[in-house]
Design a binder for this molecule. Structure first.
Ligand code: PLP
Length: 387
């Protein structure tokens, strides 16, 4: 059976060109970048080349890029590092109710340590109002953290407007750009960002590698302590092949991002309009236009998301009900609840995310199969019967 992958927001396949670039760094060029001999210096050079590519891509300086193990570590580092380092100034962080758990869990942990957290709620489309962020900032606020785009519903936040506010008020601004880097443009200066998290496996790089951008002058404490790597800001021997892969993934996205986004947008819009035409009682989650080019998220009334996924999986289609980390969990999505969807609709959601290797024929096959699965499940639903 041919399998069709429509879950690019969970992870992307590593591009074969990225794998090729990483290959020499496992055996031939395996040195520890901290070693002063030839092997070490060869490794160090590769790391600095990758750092420079990433910095240029984000509009940053090389010394502002700290390699990490991915999005989760970068998010934890940003929150803990900035709050701990600035406790003399204040103890308050402003974030949103729809962040990834990689922000919400450390925020929750900070609350247990006595810090204060304000969770700004988005509107029905998942959009966070810059005015609400401004109103949440107090003289004790140290950091504002608002994700660039939501991983479940795809809504893109007005981070440049929020950045103007944080700059005016003199508080640090972090964005979780895990779902946007490599997909839509982002420039740390245009958006007045002080910190930004990214993760390679969301844009055709390998898993387990990412970075945190930290603007020069930002007061931040190390989160991982040990050796003096990354200018004493992140201990541990660098993930050399991963870093090389991240650099190569950035190269490819720099060249292809614009065309890919355009094509994915076309396929996304086809999926959205055809699903709305072919199935009744469906609700699009997320903003109709300010959304990621590759994201489709629907609540399908009268059925369970998990049943849809399993049935589609049996037919060879890989989709998701929300973020990969929460699927398998019977709690409704915190994002759908935060945008005001009733419980029943939260349970009946399906997320389809497209990518570099999605073809129009994949979309057509999905559209041929999906209405039948919905009809079959609804035929078993007493609620649908009574409508
Ligand atoms: N932030 C967002 C918005 C994400 O979508 C994810 C991954 O799903 C993460 C953070 C965590 O990234 P990683 O898997 O690299 O730890």
């Amino acid at each position: 059976m041919e399998r069709i992958y429509m879950d690019y927001a969970a992870t992307t396949p590593t591009d074969p060109l990225v794998v090729q670039a990483m290959q020499p760094y496992f055996y031939d060029k395996f040195g520890n970048p901290s070693s002063i001999h030839f092997f070490g210096q060869e490794a160090k050079k590769a790391i600095e080349e990758a750092r420079s590519k990433i910095a240029r891509f984000l509009g940053a300086k090389e010394e502002e890029i700290i390699f990490t193990s991915g999005g989760t570590e970068s998010d934890n580092f940003a929150l803990f590092g900035v709050l701990w380092a600035n406790s003399a100034k204040g103890n308050h962080v402003v974030t949103t109710a729809i962040e990834h758990h990689a922000i919400l869990e450390p925020a929750n942990f900070l609350e247990k340590q006595g810090f204060k957290v304000t969770y700004v709620r988005p509107d029905l489309n998942g959009l966070v109002s810059p005015e609400d962020i401004a109103n949440a900032i107090t003289d004790k606020t140290v950091l504002v953290s608002v994700m660039h785009a939501n991983n479940e519903i795809g809504t893109i936040q007005p981070i440049s407007e929020i950045g103007r506010i944080t700059r005016d008020k003199g508080v640090y601004f972090h964005t979780d750009a895990v779902q946007t880097v490599g997909h839509i443009p982002i420039d740390v200066n245009e958006s007045n960002l002080d910190l930004l998290s990214l993760s390679a496996h969301k844009f055709y790089g390998p898993k387990g590698i990412g970075c945190l951008y930290v603007r020069k002058g930002t007061r931040i404490q190390a989160y991982l302590r040990g050796g003096g790597q990354e200018r004493h800001r992140r201990a541990s021997t660098e993930n050399l092949p991963g870093i090389v892969g991240l650099g190569r993934a950035v190269d490819l996205c720099k060249d292809r991002m614009q065309d890919e986004a355009k094509e994915q947008e076309r396929l996304r819009d086809k999926l959205i309009s055809e699903i709305q035409k072919r199935i009744d009682h469906v609700y699009l989650n997320g903003h109709p236009t300010k959304r990621l080019p590759n994201n489709v998220n629907f609540s399908i009334e009268y059925i369970e998301g998990e049943s849809m996924l399993l049935n589609m999986d049996m037919l060879g289609f890989a989709a998701s009900t929300g973020s990969a980390c929460t699927s398998g969990d019977l709690e409704p999505s915190h994002v759908l609840l935060a945008i005001g969807r009733p419980h029943a609709l939260c349970h009946g959601s399906i997320r389809l995310t497209l990518g570099r290797f999605t073809r129009e024929s994949d979309i057509d096959s999905f559209l041929d199969a999906f209405p039948g699965v919905v009809a079959k499940l609804r035929a078993m639903s007493p609620l649908y019967d009574q409508k």
